[in-house]
Design a protein around this ligand. Structure first.
Ligand code: FAD
Ligand code: SF4
Length: 330
C-alpha cells in the first residue's frame, strides 16, 4: 500500500480546501470501500481527509415535509430513523439489506453513493479495465459478466452500481448537495451518475474535489407505502443481482401514483420512468404490472451470460407491485 497522510477535517471549507490543494487527496467516510481499494492498489491517495467529525451527522425535517440527511449519517442510523421508517420504508429496507451490521455502523451516506463497482476486473490490477485505466479495454464484455448491466451500458463498460440505498433514494427523487472550491451546488440523484458512454472512468457529476454535504428527500406521501426487494445469491452479506424499490397509491382500482427504481441492472440506480408511465391511471392488476415491467425492460441489452436478469427483473417488478397493490386494497 502506498504511504499516505491522514487529516481529520473539522469544518466543511477546510475539508474542501485540502482536496483542492491536492488532487491525490480523498475524503474518508467509514472507509469500508476506500480502504479495501487502497489495500489492493486500485486507489492510491496521498492524503485521506476524514470527514466523520464534520457537522453533517443529522437527519432533519425540511419545511415541505421531506428530510435532509447529512452525508456522514451512518447507514445504521439512517435505517432506524423514525421518520425514514414511517415515511420512506423502502429506504430502511434497502439499507438493512446492504452489507452487514458492522459495515452499516461504519458506512456513511456520502460514501455509499460513491462506492465503486464490484466488477472483478476493476479490482484486479493484472487485468485491463476502462474504468480503472481508461483505454485499456473491457474484458467483462466477453468474459465474466453474469452480474453485469443489462440497461444503459456500452461496449466500454458493463459494470453495475452496487448500492442498495441509492436505489430507494432514486425512486424518491433525492437531491445531492455538495460544497466545492467553486462554491455549493446540488444535483438530482437521477442525474448524479453520468451515462457510461466511452468514459466509464468519469462516474459522477460532482466537480473535482467536491464534498457531498447532504441528501434531501422531498416530501412524497406515496413513499409511505413503499417496498425494497433484493435478490442475491445467498441470503445475507451479498450484493444484489437485481433489486426493486417501489411505491404505489391505488384509488378505485387504478394506480394513482407510482415510483419505481431498479438496482444491479445498470451503472447507476435505474429510475424506471417508462414503467411508471404505463402504471399511472391503469388498472392496478397483474396485466398492468407486467406491461410496465416490459416497457422498461424493452431497452435491455443483455450479454450472453446475464440474460436471466431480464426475466428476474420482470418477475421482481410484478411481484413487488402486486404486493403493494394488495396492501393498498386492504
Ligand atoms: C463485504 C462488504 C459487503 C457489502 N455489501 C453491500 C451491499 O450488499 N449493498 C450495498 O449497498 N453496499 C454494500 N457494501 C458497500 C458498503 O455499503 C460501502 O462500502 C459503504 O456504503 C461506503 O461508505 P463509506 O462511508 O465506508 O465510504 P468510504 O469507503 O469512506 O468512501 C467511499 C468513496 O466515497 C468518497 N466519499 C466518502 N464520503 C464522501 C463525501 N461526504 N463527499 C465526497 N466523497 C466522499 C471517498 O473518497 C471514496 O471515494 C459492502 C461492503 C463490503 C466491504
Ligand atoms: S465492466 Fe467496467 S469495471 Fe468491469 S472490466 Fe469492464 S470497464 Fe472495467
Amino acid at each position: 500500500m502506498r504511504e499516505f497522510g491522514y487529516q481529520r477535517a473539522h469544518d466543511i471549507n477546510g475539508a474542501v480546501s485540502l482536496l483542492a490543494a491536492d488532487p491525490d487527496a480523498r475524503y474518508l467516510g467509514g472507509g469500508t470501500n476506500l480502504v479495501d481499494l487502497m489495500k489492493t492498489g486500485v486507489e492510491r491517495p496521498a492524503l485521506l481527509v476524514d470527514v466523520r467529525e464534520l457537522p453533517l451527522d443529522r437527519v432533519e425535517p425540511t419545511a415541505d415535509g421531506g428530510l435532509r440527511i447529512g452525508a456522514t449519517v451512518t447507514n445504521s442510523d439512517l435505517a432506524v430513523h423514525p421518520e425514514v421508517r414511517r415515511n420512506y420504508p423502502a429506504l430502511t429496507q434497502a439499507l438493512l439489506a446492504g452489507a452487514s451490521g458492522q459495515l452499516r455502523n461504519m458506512a456513511t451516506v456520502g460514501g455509499n453513493l460513491l462506492q465503486r463497482t464490484r466488477c472483478g476486473y476493476f479490482t484486479d490490477l493484472s487485468q485491463p479495465c476502462n474504468k480503472r485505466a481508461p483505454g485499456t479495454g473491457c474484458p467483462a464484455v466477453t468474459g465474466e459478466h453474469h452480474n453485469h448491466a443489462v440497461l444503459g451500458a456500452s461496449d466500454h463498460c458493463v459494470a453495475v452500481h452496487p448500492s442498495d440505498m441509492g436505489v430507494a433514494l432514486t425512486a424518491f427523487d433525492a437531491v445531492v448537495s455538495y460544497e466545492s472550491a467553486e462554491g455549493p451546488g446540488e444535483v438530482p440523484l437521477s442525474d448524479f451518475y453520468l451515462p457510461v458512454g466511452d468514459t466509464p472512468h468519469r462516474e459522477t457529476a460532482l466537480p473535482a474535489g467536491a464534498l457531498i454535504t447532504h441528501v434531501t428527500l422531498p416530501a412524497a406521501p406515496v413513499a409511505a407505502r413503499s417496498r425494497y426487494r433484493k435478490v442475491r445469491e445467498r441470503a445475507s452479506y451479498a450484493f444484489a443481482i437485481g433489486s426493486v424499490a417501489a411505491a404505489l397509491t391505488v384509488e378505485d382500482g387504478r394506480v394513482r401514483e407510482a415510483r419505481l427504481a431498479l438496482g444491479a441492472v445498470a451503472s447507476r440506480p435505474w429510475r424506471a420512468r417508462a414503467a411508471e408511465a404505463v402504471l399511472v391511471g391503469a388498472p392496478a392488476d397483474g396485466a398492468t404490472f407486467a406491461a410496465a415491467a416490459d416497457a422498461e425492460l424493452a431497452a435491455a441489452r443483455p450479454l450472453p451470460h446475464n440474460g436471466y436478469k431480464v426475466t428476474l427483473m420482470r418477475n421482481l417488478v410484478v411481484s413487488v407491485l402486486t404486493e403493494l397493490a394488495g396492501e393498498d386494497a386492504r
